[in-house]
Design a protein around this ligand. Structure first.
Ligand SMILES: Nc1ncnc2c1ncn2[C@@H]1O[C@H](COP(=O)(O)OP(=O)(O)OP(=O)(O)O)[C@@H](O)[C@H]1O
Ligand SMILES: [Mg+2]
Length: 516
C-alpha cells in the first residue's frame, strides 16, 4: 500500500513538471490555437453538428436564448436527472425551471434526438462596453446529428419559439382591456386601456349543470386546439358565444371562467362609448390573438333590432384620425348600426387576427335580431338559468365545504330549489351571511329563504310553487328554454368548435357563402 502511494505521488509530480514545461515552452496564444485546432479536427470528423445560442447578440439580449431557456423549462422535467435552476420571469406569477450551468438535457423532435448543453464560462477581458455586461458568458449549445439537420432546422427552432411564447403568455397575468371614453387613444396610440385581470371565477366555482358545463369546456378546448381544423376548412379561427338569462345567474362569472380556463386576455367593449362603425372596426383591429371580446348587455347598448334602418349616413363626417366614416350618423341618429356590429363579428375585418372568441351577454334574448344570433356569429347559445339542484350542490361545496350531501335538509333544498326561482347570486348571499353559524344552520336558513320565495311567487300569481316537478316535466322545460323563441328565425344546431374530424363540408361552405 505504501509503495502504491509513493508511485502515485511521483506520477503527480511528473505530471506537474510536464505541465510546467509545456507552459514554459508554449506561450498562452499558441496553446489556445492548438486547442482550437484540436476542436476543429474533432468537429470535422464528428457525426454531429453544433449550434451555439449565446445570451447576448452583440448589443442586446438574444431572444432565442430566452426562448430556449423557457422551452427547456417545459421539456426538462425534474425527473430527467438534469440539474434545474428556478426563476420567475418579470411580470409573471409562476416559477419556471431552467437548465443549470454545465448541465445537459436530451429532447426529441420529429423522431430525432437532440442534446442541449448550458455552457457558462467566466468573461475574460470585458473591454469597452456601453452597458454593464454580466460576469459570465452563457450559451446553449444544440447538438444534432448531421443527417437530421435538414429535417430539424428551422422547424425545431420555430417550435421552440412558439412554445416559449405560449409559456410566457400562460405564466403572465391576464389583462382586461376596456375601450377608452369617446374613442380616445392613449399615449401609445392604442384605443384600449389594460388593467391586470385577476377574476377568481373558474369552471370549478361556477354553479351550473355539470353536463352543460362539461360541454362548454369541451367546446372551448376544441376551439383552442383547432388551429389545423380552421385552416383546413378555410374558416376564420373565431367562435361566438351568447350567454343569456336573468341577472345574477353567472354570465359575467362564466366569461371570467372562460378567460381563466383558456388563459386569454379579455376585451370588454363598451358599445355606448363607440361613436361609429369605423371606430368599432379600429377597435377590433387593435385586439390581440388569444383573446375574448365581450359585449355585455348587448340589448341595452344600442338599438340593434332593425338592420334596415341602417341607411347610409346623410353626410359622412371625419373621424378622430381624419378618415371619413361612411357609416356614421345613421338615420336613427345612432352611429353604431346593426350591420356594423354584424361586420364586427364576422365580416372580413373580423379575420384580421386569429383565435378570438366573441361573447355577448343579455338578459333578454328575445330583443335581439335573429341575424345576430345565427350560427357563425353566435355559435353557441348558453342559457344561464335560475339555480338548479346540481348547481346548488356546487355552491354548497364551494361556500360551506360540504362534501356529504346526505343530510336531511338536502332533501328539502332539492324539493324547493326550482320552485323558488332563485339565482345563484342570491343563494351565494344567503350562504355568505350564514356560513359562520355552521353548515347545518346555513342550509336551514337557505331552506327557509327558498320556501318564503316559492310561497311569495305563488301568492303573486306565479307558477304553482310548492310541488316539486317530476323529471319529464323538468326536461321539457329545459328544452323549451334552450330552443329558439317563437317567432324567431329557426337556428341551426351549434356545431362543435374545432373538432378535427372531416365532415362533408357542405354546411361550412354554406356558412362561408353567407358570410361573404
Ligand atoms: N352560476 C354561478 N356560479 C357561481 N357564482 C355565481 C353564479 N351566478 C352568480 N354568481 C355569484 O353572483 C355574483 C354575480 O354574478 P354575475 O355577475 O356573474 O351575474 P350576471 O349573470 O352577469 O348578472 P347580470 O345579468 O346582472 O350582469 C358573482 O360574483 C358570483 O359570486
Ligand atoms: Mg354580468
Amino acid at each position: 500500500m505504501k509503495e502504491y502511494w509513493t508511485m502515485l505521488a511521483s506520477l503527480m509530480g511528473a505530471l506537474a513538471f510536464l505541465q510546467g514545461m509545456l507552459h514554459a515552452v508554449f506561450p498562452a496564444e499558441l496553446r489556445a490555437a492548438l486547442a482550437r485546432l484540436l476542436g476543429r479536427l474533432t468537429r470535422a470528423f464528428s457525426p454531429y453538428c453544433y449550434f451555439d445560442v449565446t445570451e447576448t447578440d452583440g448589443m442586446s439580449n438574444n431572444e432565442i436564448y430566452d426562448a430556449v431557456q423557457l422551452y427547456l423549462s417545459s421539456t426538462a422535467a425534474p425527473a430527467s436527472g438534469a440539474r434545474l435552476s428556478l426563476t420567475r420571469p418579470h411580470n409573471a406569477t409562476s416559477f419556471t425551471f431552467g437548465l443549470a450551468a454545465s448541465d445537459r438535457v436530451v429532447d426529441a423532435f420529429r423522431g430525432a434526438a437532440v442534446t442541449w448543453e448550458h455552457v457558462v464560462a467566466p468573461r475574460q477581458s470585458p473591454g469597452f462596453s456601453w452597458r454593464p455586461l454580466p460576469e459570465e458568458k452563457r450559451r446553449f449549445t444544440l447538438r444534432i446529428r448531421r443527417g437530421d439537420r435538414e429535417k430539424l432546422l428551422p422547424a425545431y427552432l420555430d417550435h421552440i419559439l412558439a412554445t416559449a411564447q405560449e409559456i410566457r403568455r400562460r405564466s403572465q397575468d391576464r389583462l382586461l382591456y376596456t375601450n377608452a371614453r369617446g374613442g380616445a387613444m392613449d399615449s401609445r396610440g392604442l384605443p384600449w386601456d389594460p388593467v391586470p385581470f385577476k377574476h377568481p371565477s373558474t369552471f370549478d366555482t361556477l354553479a351550473m349543470d355539470p353536463d352543460r358545463k362539461a360541454s362548454i369546456m369541451a367546446d372551448l378546448r376544441d376551439f383552442a386546439d383547432g388551429s389545423s381544423f380552421y385552416e383546413r376548412t378555410g374558416r376564420a379561427w373565431k367562435r361566438g358565444y351568447l350567454l343569456y338569462g336573468p341577472p345574477g345567474t353567472g354570465k359575467s362569472s362564466m366569461i371570467a371562467a372562460m378567460a381563466n380556463f383558456l388563459g386569454y386576455d379579455v376585451y370588454d367593449l363598451e358599445l355606448t362609448e363607440v361613436s361609429s362603425n369605423a371606430e368599432l372596426r379600429k377597435l377590433l383591429m387593435k385586439t390581440t390573438s388569444k383573446s375574448i371580446i365581450v359585449i355585455e348587455d348587448i340589448d341595452c347598448s344600442v338599438d340593434l333590432t332593425n338592420r334596415a334602418a341602417l341607411a347610409p349616413a346623410p353626410r359622412p363626417r371625419p373621424t378622430l384620425d381624419g378618415a371619413v366614416d361612411q357609416d356614421a350618423g345613421a338615420a336613427s341618429g345612432r352611429s353604431i348600426t346593426l350591420s356594423g356590429l354584424l361586420n364586427f363579428t364576422d365580416g372580413l375585418w373580423s379575420c384580421c387576427g386569429s383565435e378570438r372568441i366573441f361573447v355577448f351577454t343579455t338578459n333578454h334574448i328575445e330583443k335581439l335580431d335573429p341575424a345576430l344570433l345565427r350560427s357563425g356569429r353566435m355559435d353557441m347559445h348558453v342559457f344561464m338559468s335560475y339555480c338548479t339542484f346540481p348547481a346548488l350542490k356546487i355552491l354548497l361545496k364551494n361556500y360551506l365545504c360540504l362534501q356529504d350531501d346526505s343530510a336531511e335538509v338536502m332533501r328539502g333544498l332539492e324539493e324547493w330549489i326550482e320552485a323558488a326561482e332563485i339565482t345563484p347570486a342570491d343563494v351565494s348571499e344567503v350562504l355568505i351571511k350564514n356560513r359562520r353559524n355552521g353548515k347545518e344552520r346555513a342550509m336551514e336558513e337557505l331552506l327557509e329563504v327558498l320556501k318564503t320565495r316559492a310561497e311569495k311567487r305563488h301568492l303573486d300569481g306565479g307558477k304553482a310553487a310548492a310541488p316539486p316537478k317530476d323529471n319529464d316535466e323538468e326536461e321539457e322545460e329545459k328544452r323549451a328554454l334552450e330552443s329558439p323563441k317563437e317567432g324567431k328565425e329557426p337556428e341551426p344546431e351549434p356545431e362543435p368548435a374545432g373538432k378535427d374530424s372531416c365532415g362533408d363540408g357542405q354546411d361550412e361552405e354554406a356558412d362561408a357563402k353567407k358570410q361573404l
